[in-house]
Design a protein around this ligand. Sequence first.
Ligand SMILES: [Zn+2]
Length: 390
Amino acid sequence: MKNTLKIGIKILVLLLLIYFAASRFLPSVIDKKYNHIIEKPPYTVSLKARQLNDSLDFIADLHCDALLWNRDLLKEHDFGAVDIPRMIKANEALQAFTIVTKVPKGINFDKNTDETDAVMLPYILEGRPLKSWFNLTQRAISQCDDLNKFAAKSKGTFYVIKSKSGLQKYLKKRQQNKHITAGFLGIEGMHALSGKLSNIDVLYNAGVRMMSPVHFFDNKLGSSAHGVLHGGLSEFGKKVIKKMQAKNMILDVAHSSEKMLDDILAISTKPILSSHTGVKGIYNNGRNLSDAHLIGIANTGGIVGIAFFDKAIKKADAFHIAQSIKYTVDLIGVEHVALGSDFDGAITAPFDVTGLPLIIDELLKLGFTPQQIGLVMGGNVKRFLLENLP
Ligand SMILES: [Zn+2]
C-alpha cells in the first residue's frame, strides 16, 4: 500500500513537471505553427514611402489576434507579426488587439458549427488561468489582463486606450516621443458574453471597447458568414447592440452574415466599422463585403479595415492590399478606409508590422496623395476613435 502511494506521488510529480515544461515551450510552438509571414523583415521600400511612413503622426491597424498565442508582447520576436518593439519600429501609433475566445476545429470560411472548441486544449496546456479553461468570458478577460499587464510593465512605452480623453493624453505624449505605442481591446464573437447581457459590463470593465457579434459560427446573437443558418440578428443580439452602443462600445461587423449586416445597419444608432475585411468588388466570396454593405457602413459614419490575407484580397501582398484599398476608396471615399491586417489571426501574412510602408509604396504608385495615405494608414482610425470612444 505504502509503495503504491509512493509510486502514485512520483507519477503525479512527473506529470506536473511535464505540464509546467509544456506550458513554457508550447505557446511558441503553436504560435509558429499557425502564424506565417511570407517575407521576413527587413523590407526594402522607396525613400519617399519610408519618409512618409516615418512622418505620419498616427499609423493604426484595426485588427490583430496576437493575444491568442500567449506571446510576450514586450519582447521582439522573429516569428508572428506583432509585438510592441516591432510596433514602435514601424512607427505604429495604435494596434487593435482583438480577442478570440473560441474557434471550431477544422475551421473554414464556408460552414462551421459551435460543437467543437479548438482553443480549449491550448489554453489548458499553456497554463492559462484555470477559470478561463472552460469559460469564454474568462478567456476574454485573461487576454485583456495580459494586455493591461504589458502596459503596466512597459515602462511607459505602451498604453491601452480606453477613452477619448485617454487617447488625447496619449497623442500629446506621442508628440514629444514617437518611440511609444498603444493598443485597444476588441472581441471577435460575442459568445464571449456566455449568453449574459450583464457580461457586457464585465468585459467593458476589463478594457474591451469594440466587439463583433459573431466570429466563425452562429451564436445567440445571430449568424456568422461562415455559419450554418445565414440568418439575421436575434432579439438577444438587438439588446446587446443597444446596450453596447449606449456605453459607446464600438460595433464591429466583421464575420457577420449578409442578413445580419442588413439587420445591424437597420437598428444601429452609432457609427460602426468592419475591423478586417475584403471587398466583393475585388474578390467575390462569402467573407467579403458587397458594395451595398460598404456604402451602408460609410453612411453610419463608419470605417472599413482592409485585411491582408489571401481570402480577403485575392493574394497576400502589398499590391493586392492597395488594390482593395483603392476600390473601397473609389466607392465610399478616402475618409472611410483603414488598415485591418488580421495579423496573427492564424493567417499567412505578406509581412510583419514593420512591413506597413510597403503598402504606402503601392498607394503612391496608384496616385494617392500623402494626405490621402495618411488617412488610410491611420488618420481615419484616429478621428473615428476620438469621436466614438467613451
Ligand atoms: Zn477574424
